[in-house]
Design a protein around this ligand. Structure first.
Ligand SMILES: [Zn+2]
Length: 352
């Protein structure tokens, strides 16, 4: 109000002067033209001040919404419909958990991106026309946003026919079950045999890393309800699970980590799981690893091979930890790769 009063006061000071200037214009020539311009400019300025100040006064009375748009993104892949869900985001001290912290920090500085890093958790759903196939399930629990966003997108958990698990870390299988109950009652869960053997079938005391034992407990709490219901299947080697959907062994991050290649007509998407965690660093420096890798060297080699394949074949990449929706194109640039997110399309329809 103080500002508004002041601006009105300023306007009242200017207006009479303006009238005075017009009076002078009739008797004097050159200086009056300059004055005229000056006064027009001042009047415009005073009007702008009134407008901008009144906007500021109004904004103070309206609280910021502080909510995000619905957490799903949709696109067509040939004849398949692909929906990406946000399971939420989480700030992470990413440099502290990567193999070259100085390089990570300098890359962030280069692109003027402030720490902490915001890690996305993305989940994907493919409607093939026959089946609804989900890839991973996010974190579940209090942080998990998947079910909320699934409902907003128009689908229900009981409509999901199959869930393909890239690997059994808690942020990928955490949404499968709640208190021992299956969240997707009609879905069959698929994971590689190597992944199931490592996380479900080893004595908890026998893991060489205590973090792995903790994760195994969480994996069992989420996967075993499906095992007990006869709704858990494993695959070995590259396997075609559904028409247009096949598995690719991509071991390293975990012993049985898998990617999934989804193809329809002339379009394809490669679901790469945790082959990459920090897009802002690992696309340009793919040899940098993260401490969550069970075998960092294998994880690095797998990342290089998958990125090369995707850039050569033109597969769209889908990454659960790439900034939502985590979908984009790759091209090789020397030792690194250029990442270009998919183009936003207002209408969900197949591109030519
Ligand atoms: Zn993860």
């Amino acid at each position: 109000m103080k500002w508004l009063t002041r601006s009105l006061y300023m306007e009242s000071m200017i207006m009479p002067r303006s009238a005075q200037t017009h009076a002078i214009t009739q008797t004097s020539d050159k200086p009056s033209a300059i004055m005229n311009h000056l006064m027009t400019w001042l009047m415009g300025l005073s009007l702008l001040m009134v407008l901008s100040i009144s906007t500021a006064v109004h904004a103070q009375t309206v609280p910021m919404a502080q909510t995000q748009a619905d957490g799903f993104y949709r696109m067509m892949v040939g004849q398949f419909e692909l929906t990406a869900f946000s399971d939420g985001t989480n700030p992470k001290d990413i440099a502290a958990i990567m193999s070259d912290p100085a390089k990570v920090r300098s890359e962030f500085e280069k692109i003027h991106l402030a720490m902490p890093y915001q890690s996305s958790y993305n989940v994907y759903l493919i409607h093939t026309g026959k089946e609804l196939v989900m890839i991973d399930t996010g974190r579940g629990g209090l942080n998990g946003q998947l079910l909320k966003n699934l409902a907003k997108s128009g689908y229900k958990p009981e409509q999901v026919d199959a869930i393909l698990i890239t690997h059994m870390h808690g942020d990928h299988v955490g949404g499968l079950s709640l208190n021992g109950n299956r969240q997707f009652p009609n879905a069959v869960v698929y994971a590689s045999k190597q992944e199931a053997d490592f996380w479900l079938n080893i004595n908890l005391g026998a893991y060489e890393n205590p973090h792995w034992a903790g994760n195994a407990k969480r994996a069992r709490a989420n996967v075993n309800p499906y095992v007990q219901a006869g709704k858990f299947k494993t695959f070995d080697d590259p396997t075609k699970l559904f028409e247009g959907i096949q598995t690719l062994p991509t071991y390293g991050h975990t012993p049985g980590h898998s990617a999934f290649l989804v193809e329809s007509l002339n379009r394809s998407v490669l679901f790469i799981g945790d082959t990459i965690h920090c897009a802002e660093v690992q696309f340009t420096h793919p040899t940098i690893t993260i401490q969550y890798d069970v075998k960092p060297d294998h994880a690095r080699d797998t990342r290089l091979a998958l990125f090369k394949m995707a850039s050569e074949k033109g597969h769209i990449i889908a990454g659960p930890h790439i900034s939502f929706p985590g979908l984009g194109h790759l091209s090789q640039t020397g030792v690194g790769f250029r990442w270009v997110p998919v183009q936003y399309q207002h209408q969900v329809k197949a591109s030519d």
